[in-house]
Design a protein around this ligand. Structure first.
Ligand code: ATP
Ligand code: MG
Length: 474
């Protein structure tokens, strides 16, 4: 197969000319070639040459008139060029040998064939010649093209060797299957099942990178089912495996929370590409196993799973090396509040209940509603429609109340400063108590968040508590 006509990026001709001058056999290899044949966009391009990749990168950088030198990683023998919004990586062809303790191999110079042998999957081992004698020629030693056609992930060598050498490849296999919606060849999948324990030598950051890519794929449940079936999920995210299974007591069964969670995740993925909303879906019921009870009259209950779940979020984030920042707080908030809109549906919807929810969700109310709608996984179409209509009613009410009371970005008129100045008290517990009482009254609808109503109300509370007003506020 000759693909020269499809190499429309001018970089390929530039590299051909540099490689020819330096007399270096050069190929474009890996993900770019795979994505070219799949008609998928890909930003980064990897080049391999038989010889020094660093030397080639320097020549290419010069030919492109770049002011910045290539970024060189001496330990890996690689060099990177950023050009417009693309990244080009250059490496000399290499042969690798692994020890048992580490996924970092000993490396020696090798041929193109050696280099293709060390690649993780047949579809990632494809190369295209960029030399005068083979420009555009596809070099496919492991029938990667056939696997692309069959939608199949397969290792080029014996799967046991591939996965034991670098166990991260197990996560990558499932990640590519999930991103590309491919199958994993039976023999290859067996290799993963045999080596799940080896994942222990891989750093958490790398595992989590792959997990996040699975989560961001079109149908993330597929990747999670593969993780589950292979045994990897138990190793990397046991809390999620704990959701699996159905218990029956006196003919009463609860739903399988693992498959329910995956359905919620897919539902959220249909309406949002946000990684953190997807994490909120994954974690929304995470404390169900820990809060599960059976009661003779009502059957199964999971009381408090939303609060306990929210408390579990930081532990899970820390262990998975996910960021402990506002993203975590967002996930935590959604887990904590995920039952509240449903509760609103059931009660008579009062303004004050809506105000409280708007106050607690703040800017994230739309995201919370996406999660709540995704959480309806009943197979009964009429029931789903009924719930969605109820949510629509709640949303209308939210818009109405927000328009009137503006609680989403609640800025209290009565601040701690104002309380301290008015009564001449230092920062103390009583200041917080007064502030809370005023806020409660506003959310309850007893008073408005205006100077006219909130300040006299504050003064009233202070006096009731025996404080003396030392300053008049207009
Ligand atoms: P994407 O960039 O979309 O994630 P990719 O295939 O380009 O996909 P990279 O991680 O960028 O993946 O790696 C580039 C290439 O390097 C791969 O196509 C593969 O040939 C090789 N590769 C990367 N990681 C490994 C690994 N752990 N074991 C073997 N080969 C690997
Ligand atoms: Mg890549």
């Amino acid at each position: 197969m000759n693909l020269s006509e499809r190499l429309d990026n001018p970089i390929f001709r530039t590299i051909q000319s540099c490689a020819s001058k330096l007399n270096l056999e050069t190929y474009v290899i890996g993900g770019f070639v795979r994505d070219l044949l799949l008609n998928r966009p890909s930003k980064d391009i990897d080049f391999v040459c038989v010889g020094s990749g660093i030397e080639l990168a320097k020549a290419v950088s010069k030919a492109l008139n770049l002011k910045k030198e290539p970024v060189i990683f001496k330990n890996y023998g690689t060099a990177m060029i950023s050009f417009k919004d693309q990244e080009f990586e250059f490496v000399g062809a290499r042969k690798e040998s692994y020890s048992r303790e580490s996924r970092n191999p000993t490396v020696e110079n090798g041929t193109l064939e050696d280099d293709q042998n060390r690649r993780d999957f047949t579809i990632n081992a494809l190369a295209i010649g960029l030399n005068n004698h083979n420009y555009g020629e596809l070099i496919d030693p492991f029938n990667g093209v056939e696997d692309l056609r069959d939608h199949m992930i397969r290792t080029p060598l014996e799967p046991g060797v591939t996965f034991s050498d670098d166990p991260l490849r197990m996560m990558r296999a499932i990640r590519f299957a999930s991103q590309l919606q491919f199958d994993i060849d039976g023999n290859t999948f067996g290799g993963i099942m045999d080596h799940v324990d080896r994942i222990e030598i891989v750093s958490q950051e790398r595992i989590t990178d792959e997990l996040n890519k699975i989560i961001l794929s079109l149908l993330p449940s597929y990747g999670f089912k593969l993780l589950f079936q292979s045994g990897l999920l138990k190793k990397v995210f046991p809390e999620m495996v704990d959701l699996h299974g159905v218990e029956v007591i006196r003919k009463k069964a609860h739903k399988d929370n693992f498959y329910h969670t995956l359905k919620v995740l897919d539902n959220v993925a249909e309406v949002s590409n946000d990684l953190w909303l997807r994490w909120a879906a994954i974690l929304h019921d995470i404390a169900k196993p820990a809060t599960k009870r059976f009661n003779d009259r009502v059957g199964w209950t999971f009381h408090g799973h939303e609060d306990k779940g929210a408390r579990m979020v930081p532990h899970i984030f820390r262990r998975l090396k996910l960021p402990l920042n506002e993203h975590m707080k967002f996930v935590q908030k959604l887990v904590r509040l995920h039952l509240r809109p449903i509760a609103l549906v059931k009660e008579e919807v009062t303004d004050s209940a809506v105000r409280r929810l708007l106050y607690e969700t703040g800017e994230d109310v739309e995201e919370l509603m996406k999660l709540c709608k995704a959480d309806i996984t009943s197979k009964d179409h009429n029931r789903v429609q009924k719930y969605l209509n109820n949510f629509a009613r709640v949303e209308e009410k939210m818009i109405e109340v927000e328009k009137k009371d503006k609680v989403r970005n609640f800025q209290p008129i009565v601040t701690g400063e104002l309380i301290m100045e008015t009564f001449g008290v230092p920062p103390s517990r009583v200041v917080g108590d007064i502030k809370n009482e005023v806020r409660e009254a506003i959310l309850e609808g007893t008073i408005k968040n205006s100077e006219k109503e909130a300040i006299p109300f504050m003064i009233g509370i202070g006096e009731r508590l025996g404080l003396v007003r030392i300053k008049d506020i207009v």
